[in-house]
Design a protein around this ligand. Sequence first.
Ligand code: ATP
Ligand code: MG
Length: 198
Amino acid sequence: MPDTRPPRIGVMGGTFDPIHHGHLVAASEVAQSFDLDEVVFVPTGVPYQKRDVTESEHRYLMTVIATASNPQFTVSRVDIDRTGATYTIDTLRDLAKIYPGAELFFISGADAVAQILSWRDHDELWDMAHFVAVSRPGHVLSTAGLPKDNVSLLEIPALAISSTDCRDRVHRGHPVWYLVPDGVVQYIAKHHLYRSEA
Ligand code: ATP
Ligand code: MG
């Protein structure tokens, strides 16, 4: 019997400045729990509601390095190649064109999901994708105020890692080994990222 099920594609949006094991565990756990065929990591372009970030090309390449060994993980340039600020509605529209007929599952941490109602065109997001909110240490996981049919909650192994902390550690000369993949540790050192004050 041919498999007629539409492809199930996870979308892991993030600044990835740098990508760390918290992002990778979140994607892997959602892929397993929601029987996804692929998870697309989408580094943001000029982030909406965020400080100045590292050049897009560095963030993109670190994301490629971190995901290269997993056959289910891919990286998309849709957000970094679009000019202007990144809005999730545009990310989802672009990916819907790239994966016609696919079911999209937007993955976000407990902190990010709490902000969805402040995102541009948030009432249109629900038709574009199912949202999966994952637990994150220090944040309460809840669908309060969000449409229950469109948002699922998933407890994942707790990794108290953030990109902000990784940047601070590099800046202070502390190690980021085992917080980010080995190739990303080496990429950060090679390109002297996060040495100066953010
Ligand atoms: P920053 O400190 O720069 O905000 P971050 O660690 O929050 O970085 P982002 O790129 O902002 O990383 O996050 C991308 C997505 O991954 C968001 O939905 C965020 O909630 C989620 N996420 C990040 N770290 C974790 C973690 N340790 N556990 C679960 N989800 C996470
Ligand atoms: Mg964040």
